[in-house]
Design a protein around this ligand. Structure first.
Ligand code: NCD
Length: 318
């Protein structure tokens, strides 16, 4: 094959590439079909076992992960595809100082799609400028984590039937919590949702997230969980993001600011649900796990199925 036509085919394929970097990269119609496909996959996972036969997903995790990495890898395997990646980022040429742009150019020549988790805000977006295959943002620093949002939306849809008309309390590290930023952006696209932001003053939601949504959707910003727990339909708890703090002392001062326990749960509505992207540290006591309103472990189960649907959607196989 002539070099020219090879280069040409890459440029042409780049034109059609769809990425998933922030929640709004998927239209509400895309979301509807991804959720419907997820329902189908949950019903009969086997039916999809050859959909990605001979496809390869590159899994580039430069930060720790359990749920996101395992569910993505399992999703690709369950679709009949293959996964390439590394157990330790220090074994890649990134450790020799190669630029992310060059790494992306190379890997996108080997794989059909790339999932990436990076400690740097904007890393996935940056990679999408050099990739000839879809890039999925599996978390970029303290910025966004849109595939956790798909998991969260599936759980809300299941436990609350709809994605609109809820009062959502978001509690914990609103400053650095990337799952929170993506969830707010996603839920603000559905009518009649209202937010109560609950955080210590030091960990309030960044302006770039708060200013990006219809201001009438923000009911209150407060530091009191106890005063608000009875008012919300969904309580989304989060871990204080140790890895984003410059000062260890500041982290230690703030990490146990909120502890949801059985006593506080007594004040919550009977049909309220407690969500958490996990991992959970002290912010939810283990005694809450047996409360039927605690849905965080069920929430995580959607992760693999909805990622199967996302992979199919981005590869135009759905
Ligand atoms: C979250 C993350 O990595 O941002 N974890 C996850 O993917 N479920 C939340 C967190 O680490 O606190």
């Amino acid at each position: 094959m002539a070099v020219g036509s090879f280069a040409g085919s890459i440029a042409d394929s780049h034109m059609a590439v769809r990425n998933y970097i922030v929640p709004t990269d998927l239209s509400l119609d895309d979301l509807r079909s991804i959720f419907a496909l997820t329902d189908e996959i949950i019903k009969d996972c086997q039916k999809f076992q050859d959909v990605c036969k001979s496809k390869v997903m590159a899994s580039l995790f430069f930060e720790p992960s359990t749920r996101t990495k395992f569910s993505f890898d399992a999703a690709m395997y369950r679709l009949g595809g293959n996964v390439i990646g590394f157990a330790d980022p220090n074994t890649t040429s990134q450790a020799k100082g190669e630029s992310l742009a060059d790494t992306t150019r190379i890997i996108s020549g080997y794989a059909d799609l790339i999932t990436v988790r990076s400690p740097y805000e904007g890393a996935a977006k940056h990679m999408s400028m050099y990739s000839s295959v879809p890039i999925i943002n599996a978390g970029d620093g303290g910025h966004e984590h849109p595939t956790q949002t798909l998991t969260d939306l599936m759980a809300i849809r299941h436990y609350k039937q709809t994605l609109d008309g809820h009062v959502i309390g978001i509690c914990g590290d609103l400053k650095f919590g990337r799952t929170i930023h993506s969830l707010i952006s996603a839920l603000s696209r559905y009518p009649n949702n209202k937010f109560v932001f609950i955080s210590p003053p030091e960990l309030q939601l960044p302006d770039y997230v708060a200013h990006n949504i219809d201001q009438s959707m923000i009911l209150r910003q407060t530091d009191s969980l106890i005063n608000e727990i009875g008012n919300v339909d969904i309580l989304y708890m989060s871990r204080v993001q140790k890895e984003r703090f410059v000062s260890e002392a500041e982290y230690l001062r703030l990490r146990d600011y909120y502890i949801l326990n059985a006593e506080k749960m007594k004040r919550a509505k009977k049909d309220m649900v407690v969500m958490h992207p996990l991992p959970r540290l002290n912010e939810i006591s283990a005694e809450v796990d047996s409360d039927e309103r605690a849905i965080y472990f069920e929430q995580a189960r959607y992760g693999m199925y909805v990622r199967m649907a996302l992979i199919m959607n981005l590869l135009d196989l759905g």
